[in-house]
Each structure stands twice: as structure tokens, then as C-alpha cells.
Design a protein around this ligand. Sequence first.
Ligand code: HEC
Length: 92
Amino acid sequence: MKKFLSLFLITSCLAYANPYAKCIGCHGTNGEKAALNGKSIIIKNMTKAELKSAMLGYKDGSYGGSMKALMQAQSKPLSEADIDTIAEQIGK
Ligand code: HEC
């Protein structure tokens, strides 16, 4: 039980330290995949500024395509600092 709990804590700390962690399944480890069979562009090809403004746009509803609602749900819990971290990490 104790072991399980510490594993859980470590995992949540990692998730906290890396706000991109929950994006990997769809966009790939380094943003190299077009999410859901080509529904998104390849986000590692976006500049840091483009990536940031897309994420802020999903948050306030001013950006998006046919699957905008999905990314709105992804972006809502992120702070602007999280978005900066992601843009620095993935954007070119
Ligand atoms: C369930 C799969 C899924 C997850 C998880 C996901 N995305 Fe997306 N993402 C998509 C899809 C699909 C689109 C295209 C949405 C649209 O039509 O606007 C997209 C679009 C984007 C775009 C804009 C690219 C474009 O096509 O204009 C960015 C930037 C982005 N995602 C970043 C992220 C980040 C950062 C996270 C994690 C916080 C994340 N995504 C999590 C599926 C996902």
C-alpha cells in the first residue's frame, strides 16, 4: 500500500512538472504526430508563438477547427505558465 502510494505521488509530481505529459497520447512525445489520424497539424512544426496563441485561442474559444471542443477541454485546466512551458518545449 505504501509502495503504491509513493508511486502514485511520484507519477503526479511528474505530471505536474510536465504539463505536456497528457498531450503525448495524441500529439506524440515531441509533438511529431498529427492527432487522431490527421485531425490536427503537426504541432512541433509550429513556432513557439503560434503554439502559445493557438492554446490561448482554444482557452477563450477564438481558435480551432472541427475538433475545437476537444482541445478546449484540454486547454481549459492549463495556466498561462503551463502553456509557456509547453510552447518552449514543443514549438520551434
Ligand atoms: C484526445 C487527443 C488530443 C489530446 C489529448 C490533445 N490534443 Fe491537441 N489536438 C487534437 C486535435 C484533434 C486537434 C485539432 C483540433 C481542431 O480541430 O481545432 C488538436 C489541435 C491542437 C493544436 C493546434 C494545431 C492545429 O491543428 O491547429 C495544438 C497547439 C494542440 N492541439 C496542442 C495540444 C496540447 C498542448 C495538448 C495537451 C495539453 C493537447 N493538444 C492534447 C487532439 C488532442
